[in-house]
Design a protein around this ligand. Structure first.
Ligand SMILES: [Ca+2]
Length: 462
């Protein structure tokens, strides 16, 4: 294999695994040696809906720090998760591949024997290592608990966080989905492979503190920081000081707002640390969420079985678990203050799997053929087109495709439990972003064409 001298040393090259070489096109490193590689910060939320930030239209939740980040960056209004649930969405973010191609198609369990992201997969962290990056992950992993699946095995130099899908925010114990084969609840807070205890400390603030410490350490190398908040995922916990900001909201919305505010304060602390250490202008920050808001009745915590509507998908139909827009259309911000002019809005579609190739390109590398995503740099920075003719999804029997303004959903559900009658649902997202009117009978040829494309794609990857 040919590689160019300059941005990568031979020693670093040898350290790169065969799989990493496949995922990173080493032959096209284009940056000059003098060009300073950017730092990357990914801030990922959990079950945060499209409509729950003030810069994305919330009238109830105040997010001044995220609003400021949006002013310094580009607000992505047609940005999609690759899957409407946690683990597959995160697998796509980190590998640049469709969930099935990354080997993660469903929500992973929380037992310490639960496997996850295969060792053969190349994460963005592993791909950036040979380009000279230091890497850290703080917060929620949810891509497997066995040793070969953990963050350190997937290219992160440092990890502080938890491995299952959620934990109690104060005891950091995973209580859920247990019984039977799963066994008893398990404590789930780790520093690298060592179990650590921080009882009583609010998890969102723990994740912020670790992220800020990492930034303040001022490493010689450029860095990738993956800060994955568990908020505002169940269980609905928040310190009183955040609840006090929303005295007039009903409980379901008040606790949601408080949890999002704790994240927003964290974003403020991260940006402040980047500015104080002189790194803000050379840092690329991507903020988003793994899937839409959850209607799961457990969120109520009051013994009822009512659906929960504390989180908002904005104008969109559907929630977590749905391939209608509410399950997959995410609030997203890409800020690169020294590289891309701020205050912009990009309404062309992109997907979570595009972050891997976008960052690789900005770091002077190039994603290889095994990656399904594509760089959105021309789209975001130069008003170029979306790299995707078709955006495709499959989840638990549902299929969806977006082509331009058209969106087709097959056997769509509204969340995990609610069904709807139309097996074939075609929408014009420009005229009807809420997918209220089914145009499948009015546009039968288009519906059939999109059906064939998405079915053929699904058959090719599952
Ligand atoms: Ca989630």
């Amino acid at each position: 294999m040919r590689f160019l001298a300059g941005s990568i040393t031979r020693r670093e090259f040898i350290k790169t695994s065969t799989a990493a070489a496949l995922a990173v096109g080493i032959g096209r490193i284009g940056m000059s040696e003098s060009a300073k590689k950017p730092n990357f910060v990914v801030i990922y939320c959990d079950d945060l809906g499209y409509g729950d930030l003030s810069c994305f239209g919330s009238k109830e939740i105040k997010t001044p720090h995220l609003d400021a980040l949006a002013k310094d960056g580009v607000r992505l209004t047609n940005w999609y998760s690759n899957c409407p649930v946690c683990s597959p969405s995160r697998a796509s973010l980190l590998t640049g591949r469709y969930p099935a191609n990354a080997g993660v198609t469903h929500i992973l369990g929380g037992n310490r024997t639960t496997p996850g992201l295969p060792a053969s997969e190349v994460t963005i962290a592993k791909a950036l290592k040979p380009l000279g990056y230091r890497t850290a992950h703080f917060g929620k992993w949810h891509l497997g608990l066995t040793k070969e699946c953990r963050p350190n095995a997937h290219g992160f130099d440092e990890f502080h966080g938890f491995l299952a899908g959620c934990v109690d925010y104060y005891s950091h114990i995973f209580y859920w989905g247990m019984g039977g084969k799963q066994g008893n609840p398990t404590h789930d807070l780790w520093h690298n492979d060592k179990e650590v205890y921080d009882n009583g400390k609010y998890l969102t603030e723990v994740i912020t503190e670790k992220s800020v410490e990492f930034i303040k350490a001022k490493h010689d190398e450029p860095f990738l920081l993956y800060t994955a908040y568990n908020a505002p995922h169940y269980p609905m916990h928040a310190p009183q000081k955040y609840l006090d900001r929303y005295p007039d909201l009903p409980w379901d919305k008040r606790i949601m707002a408080a949890m999002v505010s704790a994240v927003d304060d964290g974003v403020g602390e991260i940006v402040k640390a980047l500015k104080a250490s002189g790194q803000y202008e050379n840092t690329v920050i991507f903020f988003s969420s793994d899937n839409g808001p959850s209607t799961e009745s457990r969120n109520w915590l009051d013994g009822t079985e009512d659906l929960y509507y504390g989180g908002s998908a904005g104008v969109f139909r559907g929630h977590k678990g749905s391939l209608f827009e509410g399950g997959i259309r995410m609030p997203a911000i890409l800020a690169a203050p020294g590289r891309i002019p701020g205050g912009q809005v990009c309404d062309k579609p992109g997907m979570m799997m595009d972050i891997f190739p976008t960052f690789l390109e900005m770091a002077g590398g190039k994603a290889g053929d095994s990656v399904d995503g594509a760089s959105v740099l021309p789209m975001v920075a130069k008003d170029g087109p979306s790299p995707h003719k078709d955006l495709l999804w499959e989840y638990q029997g549902q299929l969806a495709i977006r082509r331009g303004k058209w969106k087709l959903v097959l056997d769509g559900k509204l969340d995990f439990s609610r069904t709807q009658p139309d097996a074939v649902h075609l929408s014009d997202l420009e005229a009807d972003p809420g997918e209220k009117t089914n145009l499948a009978d009015r546009e039968p040829a288009l519906a059939m064409d999109l059906t064939e494309v998405v079915k053929s794609w699904a058959a090719s990857i599952v």
